[in-house]
Design a binder for this molecule. Structure first.
Ligand code: SF4
Length: 254
């Protein structure tokens, strides 16, 4: 899932707003106790001022780099750290900023996953290819009437084609990558620890995808949203063309 232009604009607006919040918050943190600092030591106001100036500069540079990555889709310096920062620290701020301008949380989460994906793709762009890819799927993509047990043994699938698992196995065979189906966050973490990939392509709903991206840091996760024609958690669908396109870009260099 890449960012479309309306999401790029939204992300730039939210990043600018979040940057302003942070600057004001850091400024207040400095100004409010400023006079008290001098009583502790005459040099302390200068040291504190210098430290806050560094913090404000760092957050300004981080926001600018993220905007460049969002707008141009290019690799930027410190992209791994930026992924970390945006997933752990910036997302709550983006959600608050979104609320202020009337943007629903789900829309912000969508755009956030898009930004994360841009950073992941950009980090593999300069001739670097992932050596070990894990396709991580939620169990709700398996047909609810299918009695085959897939957890830990996705190969148990009889490839009848009534749900996306059969085609995912074809994709797995075509690229020689790992495919796993997880019934929840704990199992997903265990699969990641056991398979030790250097890139995860994960399919899930907004909430699970965002928490998965946060939980697996610093591992890069390319997130793809599932489709829910029958409502959440039942017979969900996977945008297979998008998975194929992502793998072709990353592994075939197309
Ligand atoms: S493809 Fe068929 S056998 Fe495989 S999981 Fe789906 S429904 Fe079950």
């Amino acid at each position: 899932m890449r960012l479309v232009s309306s999401e790029k604009t939204l992300m730039v607006v939210l990043l600018v707003l979040s940057g302003l919040f942070l600057t004001v918050a850091l400024g207040l943190l400095f100004v409010v106790p400023y006079w008290g600092f001098a009583r502790i030591h005459p040099m302390l106001p200068r040291v504190a001022g210098f430290s806050f100036a560094i913090l404000i500069t760092v957050q300004f540079i981080a926001v600018c780099l993220l905007i460049v990555a969002v707008v141009l889709g290019r690799d930027v310096p410190f992209s791994a750290s930026l992924r970390h920062l945006s997933a752990k620290g910036l997302l709550p701020l983006l959600i608050v900023a979104g609320r202020l301008v009337g943007v629903p949380k789900k829309t912000v989460q969508h755009a956030f996953v898009g930004v994360n994906n841009e950073l992941v793709m950009a980090s593999f762009r300069s001739g670097k290819r992932p050596r070990h890819v894990l396709l991580l799927m939620p169990h709700c993509i398996q047909l609810s009437q299918c009695g085959v047990r897939l957890t830990f043994h996705v190969e148990n699938c009889r490839r009848c084609g009534r749900c996306p698992i059969a085609e995912l196995l074809e994709i797995k065979d075509r690229y020689g990558i790992d495919l796993a189906v997880a019934t929840g966050g704990t199992l997903a973490r265990r699969i990641v620890v056991e398979t030790r990939p250097d890139l995860i392509v994960a399919v899930a709903c907004e909430r699970d995808l965002v928490s998965g991206i946060q939980d697996t840091l610093p591992l890069p996760v390319y997130g793809i949203f599932n489709e829910r024609p029958h409502g959440p958690c039942v017979d969900t669908r996977v945008p297979l063309d998008e998975i194929r396109a992502v793998l072709a870009r990353l592994l075939d260099g197309k």
